[in-house]
Design a protein around this ligand. Structure first.
Ligand code: MRU
Length: 375
């Protein structure tokens, strides 16, 4: 995606320095655009845990590149393959909810399972991480194409076929499931980028997404950089806008979706799904299959991350050109910070995946992904 006039992915290997990975440090957006280099497994765990990178698909790819860094580190330290397996265990402890983290690390480890020569391992791991990054981009593009069809159909219905491309579609999204949450294009926002490219008129309601404000900071920024009109709203506004007919469609991402279609996503997603259901507004989750947990059927079994309460107590933003944290409640007030919630499948109109759109139920998901189902 474009930042100013330049094209960026969210993560890329330094071609001149083995074992060095570049990321966009998202903690500073939208006010500062800072590129950070990751040179050690500790850098990688810190970047994921402290959310320099975030969003389920990007967390997965960062973890994959983390094992590439680990393989170089391992060789330098004179260690063997065990070092890489230990690094994977360490990286798995960073964030519990996004399935992509565990999926990516397991994929990486299985790619080297038959290898013992460290140089061969480094080579294989480097290629595998790059392939996974490229596959993430391809999957997001496909999600975009499939999701675009939903938007196009809704536009036609709304305008009853007359001058349909001139009718503005108001789409609400929560958190950031755009290119910043993936390697490129995004999940929930990918259909919007394609809609815009093809001349559909869209406008996005951006939930600010407390406590970390990924909507207000990241989604508003990336949509604006890429020319999509958007308006930031407080997290509590969506229901009211839906009642007033100001929302045509809700699309969110997912950090982990069960094999029967329960969707874990950023805290507050469930409330949007309830409002959408009550107002008869389509509610879709867009996700690559790397976010599907084939072992879990019940959303209640998804581990929900609990983060530092200070993320709730303080708000972070720009003041007199400095990025500052401001305390909101009384100094002594405790806070609770669950990072995700579960939207039950019954509230989800459909899942937009790289293979197409399916209903949020076991049979429909299995029909799209027969190869993933254990016989
Ligand atoms: O805590 P984050 O910022 O990593 O959470 C990301 C989300 O929950 C996003 O909403 C997203 O939908 C999932 S990743 C595309």
């Amino acid at each position: 995606m474009k930042v100013g006039k330049e094209y960026y992915r969210t993560i890329w290997k330094d071609e001149n320095k083995p074992g060095v990975i570049n990321i966009i440090d998202q903690r500073w957006l939208p006010h500062k655009f800072i590129i950070e280099t990751l040179k050690s497994v500790d850098d990688v765990t810190k970047a994921i845990q402290e959310m320099h990178v975030r969003g389920a698909p990007l967390i997965g790819i960062t973890a994959a590149y983390g094992l590439y860094i680990s393989s170089i580190e391992g060789k330098k330290k004179g260690f063997n393959k065990k070092y890489i397996f230990d690094s994977a265990e360490k990286i798995k402890l960073t964030r519990p909810t996004a399935k992509n983290l565990f999926w990516a690390l397991d994929e990486m480890l299985s790619s080297i399972s038959g290898l013992d020569n460290i140089d061969e391992i480094i080579h294989t791991i480097r290629i595998k991480a790059k392939d996974m990054a490229d596959k993430d981009v391809a999957d997001c593009k496909s999600i975009g194409e499939h999701g675009f069809k939903i938007i196009e159909k809704l536009v036609k219905n709304k305008s009853r076929g007359i001058e349909s491309y001139a009718t503005t579609m108001n789409i609400l999204t929560h958190c950031n499931a755009g290119w910043l949450a993936t390697v490129d294009y995004g999940t929930a926002l990918a259909p919007l980028y394609i809609a815009r490219e093809r001349g559909l008129k869209i406008h996005v309601w951006v939930d600010e997404t407390r406590p970390r404000n990924q909507g207000a900071k990241l989604t508003a920024w990336e949509l604006t950089e890429n020319g999509i009109p958007n308006t930031v709203i407080v997290d509590n506004a969506g229901g009211h806008l839906m009642q007033k007919g100001m929302v045509d469609l809700v699309i969110v991402g997912s950090d982990r979706t069960t094999a029967s279609g329960d969707v874990a996503n950023k805290i507050g997603t469930y409330l949007k799904a309830l409002s959408a259901y009550d107002n008869n507004i389509p509610f879709y989750a867009a996700l690559p299959s790397s976010s599907i947990d084939w072992e879990i059927e019940n959303g209640e079994d998804i581990p929900i991350e609990e983060r530092n309460p200070d993320e709730v107590r303080y708000v972070n933003g720009l003041y007199k050109n400095e990025i500052v944290n401001v305390l909101i409640p009384p100094e002594s007030s405790p806070a609770l910070n669950y990072a995700f919630d579960i939207t039950p499948a019954r509230l989800v109109t459909g899942l937009i995946t790289e293979r197409g759109i399916c209903k949020a139920n076991k049979d429909s998901i299995a029909e799209l992904f027969p190869d993933k189902i254990k016989k």
